[in-house]
Design a protein around this ligand. Structure first.
Ligand code: C2E
Ligand code: MG
Ligand code: MG
Length: 941
């Protein structure tokens, strides 16, 4: 119901109630008045009856005149009539009518005209001397008077009864009506409060909140009445206001943004005040924070560079009192002391009556512009200087006359006095013979075809010095396009060339040993092969110094480096002048050894236990060191292979030697070649395997050693080969790493692991954490962290659920980026575990710099427990180490209960191994999760 209708209804019902009440009042009043009249009549009747009985007594006592009797009679009849009218309703009236009738009859007989008075009729005397008849009549008359009195009383009483009842009803009715009216009013007021008072109160509260700054306050707009419409209107207004605010804020942001990009700030000052308003960019330009600096004339003046203050004052005067428009460029001193150039523009604004109102304008940081401008001013000067410093000079050849002109700098380069003008032959003679054809050809082509010249070659100066120069030149054409001259520059690039050569040498030299580097060897060998300088029976050997790591760790890198140098020198001595020796890697060497005899002899000579060149110990830095070398080699032979291929063959052989095929030196064979080819095939198959989804992940539980409860699991890849069946990772991870296939494979592992984890979580299973193995190569690709972040996000996983296991090889490639990536992963919340600890390159120094959360003790140590004291002390040390870097320790490869018990005794409480469970297929592992079983399943822990 609308409020208007409600109020109309309320008014109508009030009117009806009022009319009802008035009618009731009027009726009651009428009733009262009627009863009053009745009472008056009765009282009057009573008086008349009293008079009548008095008159009747008088008539009896003294004989009346005819007229008195008549008036008595008239009166008596009139009273009788009056009473007769009441006789129907009142028995007392009827009784009175009878009494009056009898009264009239007595009067007629004893007092009427013609009748003798009582005294006359009665002769006998009564007791009091009154005649007897008269006494009887008198007493009857008196009795009649008494009857009339009591009838009258009864009538009055009856009247009073009726009147009381009526009054009672009236009063009751009135109170009832009043009460009803009051209730009605109360109900109306209640309704008014509910429909009007409360909503208006709520509306007012909203208005108060808005006034208090709560822009989100909105009125409740249930219903369709006017208050609801008011609320809706208020809301719409507030929404519009909020939208306007948002727009304003957005505009302000955009303005700030565009000012920031354009480096233009805005300022404003109302005239007559000293307060300035600055935009954010203005603050930025002046180098102050908006909440800590109040721009005013005085504070601004302070900001301006001392020498520019007068100019600023002049501009200020122009703006405020003068022309009203102006600009200037000044230096300011920012809060941090930096001096910047700003361009200030200002304008005076007026109100509609033309009165000056404010000044405002822009301020722009033009430092770069000013500096660039200054730089251009100095450019000419600089060019000259650069010319001198870079030893560039100009030259020209007039093709018509053959005249050659040199600038002074060119003369200087040629070690000739200024002004020298050589003949063409003399000019050519400055070049060494082997370079002369090049420069002649270049000159010819420039003259004939207009081809520009660009040559780097040597000249022989007047003092017989060889200097590297760069000669550039361009044809000069006449108006017909005919080349008439060649003009150019010559630059002394000796220093540059030397640096380049030095660099090249560096790239081809190993700095530690002074031997060739791998690249250097390939290059030199190729040169020899090209020149046919190598005997077919020469061998190319790759060697590897097995002890280097131990030496480094035991005696320090300086001794290690010295040893490398000494080994290199022995090798060089053996290889002789016809040989080549290189250090190809950390502990790797390669040597081209000319030989006449069978290659086996050469190898024995190199690495023979008793007669080999390394049989004797080395003495470096006062330390005696015995070393052993492994060697793989190939024969140069008549087959033509390039240097790179030869080196690869010898390296393949060394690789085989390392894996124990032949400790005394491994010759390159077809079989090795075949193995290499097999590796190549494997690489190709791996690529296809990924596309054909032949990889699967198995999951091995990691458990709490005390309770056997699962604390994490490790995902281990397997290759479901169509022919060879399930291939373990050991067979292909290495190849994948070397061939660059590990990147996509690792991404697959990451994605698959995250997908599985998501599924388990969706099923309400709790694998706690999932570890994946990551190769250093994956990290070196550079996108790994991004991949992890994306994968976690795609599968909506908590980063803490993922563990990344990385082996110690990470230290072998120690680099800042690698470390940064691991830190980035760690910061993401992913846990980092150091896998196979103790087998590789770990150095305590490195451990500290990496964010490892877990260290996994390699199974080599765990396997030797409980008997092996070395194993025990390794476990103890790792535990101590892990504690010191705040990491947990996990034992790998627990195969027996005894090993587990030993680990627990040593204080290691988490581990994995076949004792608890082999790596399981996903479905089997899932069953384990569902059953929440403790491990091992068949034995009680
Ligand atoms: P890992 O990371 O050290 O994994 C543990 C290896 O030890 C697994 O071999 C596992 O089957 C084996 N193992 C577990 N408990 C025992 C035990 O009690 N006794 C013995 N003898 N072995 C146990 P697996 O699955 O053959 O994996 C070998 C290695 O291959 C892994 O060593 C890991 O370095 C690498 N690898 C496995 N999956 C991946 C992968 O997805 N990516 C990369 N980059 N490497 C992987
Ligand atoms: Mg692992
Ligand atoms: Mg491991």
């Amino acid at each position: 119901m609308r409020l208007a209708r409600l109020s109309l209804a309320l008014i109508a019902s009030s009117l009806v109630a009022m009319v009802g009440l008035a009618t009731f009042g009027a009726w009651t009043l009428g009733e009262v008045r009627e009863h009053q009249q009745e009472l008056d009549q009765l009282t009057h009747l009573q008086v008349r009856l009293d008079d009548l009985s008095a008159a009747s007594d008088a008539l009896l006592l003294s004989s009346a005149t005819a007229s008195a009797y008549e008036s008595f009679q008239r009166e008596a009849r009139a009273v009788q009539d009056a009473l007769a009218q009441r006789a129907d309703t009142d028995p007392a009236a009827e009784q009175a009518v009878g009494a009056i009738g009898e009264m009239l009859a007595l009067a007629d007989r004893y007092a009427g005209p013609g009748s003798a008075s009582l005294a006359e009729r009665e002769g006998g005397q009564g007791a009091l001397g009154v005649p007897r008849e008269m006494a009887e009549v008198m007493s009857r008359m008196a009795a009649l008077g008494g009857e009339l009195d009591s009838a009258m009383d009864a009538m009055l009483r009856a009247h009073f009864d009726i009147e009381n009842r009526a009054l009672y009803v009236a009063v009751l009715g009135f109170f009832g009506a009043a009460l009803a009216f009051a209730l009605l009013s109360l109900a109306a007021l209640g309704l008014l409060h509910r429909r009007l008072g409360a909503p208006v109160g709520r509306l007012a509260a909203v208005v108060d909140r808005v006034a208090g700054g709560d822009e989100g306050a909105r009125a409740d707009v249930s219903g369709h009445d006017e208050v609801a419409r008011l609320g809706a209107g208020l809301n719409a207004m507030l929404d519009r206001q909020a939208a306007t605010h948002a727009q304003l804020a957005e505009r302000e942001r955009m303005l700030a943004e565009s000012q920031r990009i354009a480096r233009i700030g805005t300022w404003y000052r109302k005239l007559g005040t000293d307060a300035y308003v600055w935009t954010r960019e203005a603050y930025r330009i002046f180098g102050h924070a908006p909440n800590s600096f109040r721009p005013s004339s005085a504070s601004l003046y302070e900001l301006v560079h001392r020498s520019d203050r007068a100019n600023v004052e002049a501009l200020h005067a122009t703006l405020v009192e003068g022309e009203g428009r102006g600009e200037g460029r000044f230096r300011i001193v920012r809060a941090d002391g930096e001096i910047r150039h700003v361009q200030l523009y200002g304008e005076r604004l007026h109100d509609e009556n033309g009165r000056p109102m404010s000044v405002s304008g822009t301020v722009q940081d033009v430092t770069e512009l000013v500096e660039a401008h200054d730089a251009v001013g100095r450019q000419g000067e600089l060019l000259e200087m650069a010319g001198r410093m870079a030893s560039i000079g100009g030259w020209s050849v007039d093709l018509g006359t053959g005249e050659i002109t040199w600038s002074d700098t060119v003369c200087e380069i040629h070690d000739e006095p200024p002004g020298t003008r050589p003949t063409p032959q003399a000019a050519l003679a400055y070049y060494p013979p082997e370079h002369r054809p090049r420069i002649s050809r270049a000159m010819e082509r420039a003259s004939a075809e207009g081809t520009p010249i660009h040559e780097e070659l040597q000249i022989v100066t007047a003092k017989n010095r060889r200097v590297w120069v760069r000669v550039v030149g361009e044809p000069v054409r006449d108006t017909n396009g005919v080349v008439v001259a060649v003009r150019g520059a010559i630059q002394d690039i000796e220093a540059e060339k030397q640096a380049e050569l030095e660099l090249e040498k560096l790239a081809h030299t190993d700095r530690t040993t002074g031997l060739y580097s791998r690249d250097g060897l390939v290059r030199m060998l190729q040169e020899r092969l090209d020149a046919g300088d190598t005997s077919p029976s020469a061998i190319l050997a790759s060697l590897d110094l097995r002890e280097l790591r131990n030496v480094n760790e035991a005696h320090g890198y300086a001794v290690g480096d010295a040893l490398l140098g000494a080994v290199g020198r022995r090798l060089q001595a053996r290889a002789g002048p016809g040989g080549l020796v290189a250090r190809t890697g950390g502990d790797g060497f390669a040597a081209l050894v000319p030989s006449e005899g069978p290659p086996g002899d050469v190898v024995r000579m190199l690495v023979g236990r008793s007669d080999g060149m390394f049989a004797d110990p080395f003495h470096v830095a006062g330390v005696e060191l015995t070393v052993a070398m492994r060697v793989g080699y190939t024969q140069v032979s008549h087959q033509s292979r390039d240097a790179e291929a030869l080196l690869r063959e010898s390296e393949i052989s060394l690789h085989a030697a390392k894996h124990g095929v032949n400790a005394n030196g491994q010759a390159y064979t077809e079989a090795l070649h075949e193995a290499t080819r097999a590796r190549v095939r494997l690489v190709q198959e791996l690529g296809a395997a990924l596309e054909q989804e032949q990889f699967v992940l198995h999951y091995q539980p990691q458990v709490d050693l005390t309770t056997g409860r699962l604390v994490a699991c490790e995902a281990l890849i397997r290759w479901q080969h169509p022919e060879r069946g399930l291939v373990p990772p050991g067979m292909f991870i290495g190849v994948a790493e070397q061939s660059g296939r590990i990147g996509p494979m690792g991404s697959w592992v990451l994605g698959e692991a995250c997908r599985t984890l998501r599924n388990w979580e969706d099923e309400g299973l709790d694998p706690v954490r999932l570890a994946i193995n990551v190769s250093v190569e994956q990290l070196r690709d550079g996108d790994f962290v991004r991949d992890v972040r994306a994968s976690l996000a795609r599968h909506e996983l908590d980063p803490g659920a993922l563990i990344v296991e990385i082996t110690e090889s990470v230290f072998a490639y120690e680099s800042r980026e690698l470390r940064a990536q691991l830190h980035a992963l760690h910061e993401l919340g992913v846990q980092i575990a150091l896998d196979d600890f103790g087998t590789g390159f770990s150095s305590l120094a490195y451990l500290r710099d990496y964010p490892f959360d877990r260290i996994k003790i390699d199974r080599a140590f765990v396997g030797s427990l409980p008997e092996d004291p070395f194993g025990r002390s390794v476990v103890t040390s790792v535990l101590g180490l892990a504690t010191s870097i705040g990491a947990h320790t996990i034992a790998e490869g627990i195969e027996t209960r005894a090993q587990r018990d030993a680990l627990l005794r040593l204080g290691c409480s988490v581990g994995q191994g076949f004792y608890f469970s082999r790596p399981l297929e996903q479905a089997a592992f899932r069953r384990l999760l569902v059953a929440r079983e403790r491990l091992p399943l068949d034995r009680q822990p």
